[in-house]
Design a protein around this ligand. Sequence first.
Ligand code: ADP
Ligand code: ADP
Length: 220
Amino acid sequence: MIRMENIRKWYNANTKHEVRAVEEVNLTIAKNSFVVLKGPSGSGKTTLLNIIGTLDRPTTGKVFINEEEITAFSDIALSVLRREKIGFIFQDFMLIPRLPSWENVSYPLIPVGIGTKERFKRAKTLLDMMDLGERVTHTPEELSGGQQQRVAIARALINNPGIIIADEPTSNIDEETCVKLMNTLIELKNRGATIVVAAHDPRFKEIADETFTMRNGRLQ
Ligand code: ADP
Ligand code: ADP
């Protein structure tokens, strides 16, 4: 279970550029649920996802994962937690430009100390699943937007994470890839993962257990 208590995120607090991106958010996400965050651009969805995904810290408030207060963790402890438990699919993919697909996908396994052969094997399995078995040695620059998206999904899944976070995952892909992505997320949920997605796409509402709407940094 993920629990957020009185989360507030102010960027550049107390300066001329202060932005109150998230205000007093209280949110509980049950284990093994599929949750969708919607709301207009700039309403704070990405900020909230980054906080859930431990990529950013709230200005005030607490986040708990399975009753552990992760906002009290050190940066090192958070990176271990991310590596072991969280898969993040970024809006702009965040692939490393000159690395082949398989290396992008298996990159998170390097700090875990898994050897090259095994990394290749696991990456290949996921790339096959994403219909990219023929693109394992291609670099992101040699792939279409939809293909890059699928490489990013494969990378998010490499550690078999219990929590999968996706930020507008369908904004850059075609219809067919979109349906595939939705089916993949449903399948991951059925295998026990908790899924948190920020999306405008109304089809997510149909597959979600719960949909929350953000407006001006607040959860409606
Ligand atoms: P959404 O994902 O709903 O579009 P964001 O969380 O990206 O919303 O943005 C919420 C608000 O926070 C916006 O006003 C945005 O300009 C601001 N913001 C987001 N990231 C940063 C940042 N790194 N520094 C300063 N302001 C930011
Ligand atoms: P999609 O239907 O996934 O958007 P495209 O029609 O854009 O695919 O691309 C068709 C093929 O061309 C893909 O197999 C892809 O590998 C290749 N391709 C697309 N963009 C590039 C690029 N910038 N450099 C090299 N190959 C590319």
